[in-house]
Design a protein around this ligand. Sequence first.
Ligand code: UDP
Length: 327
Amino acid sequence: MAHVLVTGGAGYIGSHACKVLAGAGYVPVTYDSLVTGWRDAVKFGPFEQGDLMDRARLDEVFAAYRPVAVMHFAALSQVGEAMTEPGRYWSNNVTGSLNLIQAAVDAGCSDFVFSSTCATYGEHDNVVLDENTPQLPLNAYGASKRAIEDMLRDFEAAHGLRHVIFRYFNVAGADPEGEVGEFHRPETHLIPLILDAIDGKRDALTIHGTDYDTPDGTCIRDYVHVMDLVDAHVLGLKWLESGKPSRAFNLGTGTGFSVREVLDHAGVVTNRPVPMREGPRRAGDATKLVSGSVRALTELGWRPARSDMASMIADAWRWHQNGAYQS
Ligand code: UDP
């Protein structure tokens, strides 16, 4: 069976990707430092502990498994942290990815699926965010991902490394079968924080900013279910396997939810009151990030099946109540 090297396979999105890769007949080889990932989340293939900064370790793993493709999820991904510690984002995300991309080229692995972000677009008032929107990131997280996209284009031109870039909007939900889920320490993402607040595991949810230029004053995001998101990655892999050209795809549903709307949905789905308070804006946040693209639907044949807000919160809530990693 064909091996796929999954960096960040012990993290939230990477672990779900390993599950669908295994289901699609691949062997997902997780490469993860476990700095933010969880050993318990590696359930669907071999585990190789390693850091992207360790080129010798990467070479060893490429030589051992001879993967047909790389899926690159490992990254620092918190907007707030990127504002205060940009150096870590440039070093870990950009230099780490450079090591990985060079190692893939040197090992003769020519298919690369990259986890990028809508944060590469930045703030665009009343402009539809599609794949041709200028990428003007507001923070070092988005900037680091844009730099890696540029790197991939250069490596394709020079070395023939073919790539599919996925620009995620906001990823939510969990494996409905409960094998893997979202478990960040510390947690900074909206939906798990809301569920923690509902459950009394933490204080009230603080709304970061109520004076944005949106109908209810809070930021608007486009949420996509993690299972739908990783399904797109398998389609991306098959796209490359069938010899199609390198391509970037937005992964969002095109429907925006404000922070207040997400809070309302969470109250309805869990049937519990949601403790909340209003706070100041969080530095680096764009007002509205909603995908305006159907490229993934029309070209990849992607069919998101669970990305309605109620299913995303219900799946996250089930995981929140029953699932956790110990190590
Ligand atoms: N958010 C919030 N309170 C929180 C965490 C997040 O109001 O405790 C808001 C955040 O400002 C953004 C949205 O929820 O508008 C989604 O944030 P998240 O960190 O989940 O994802 P991001 O959009 O930063 O990738």
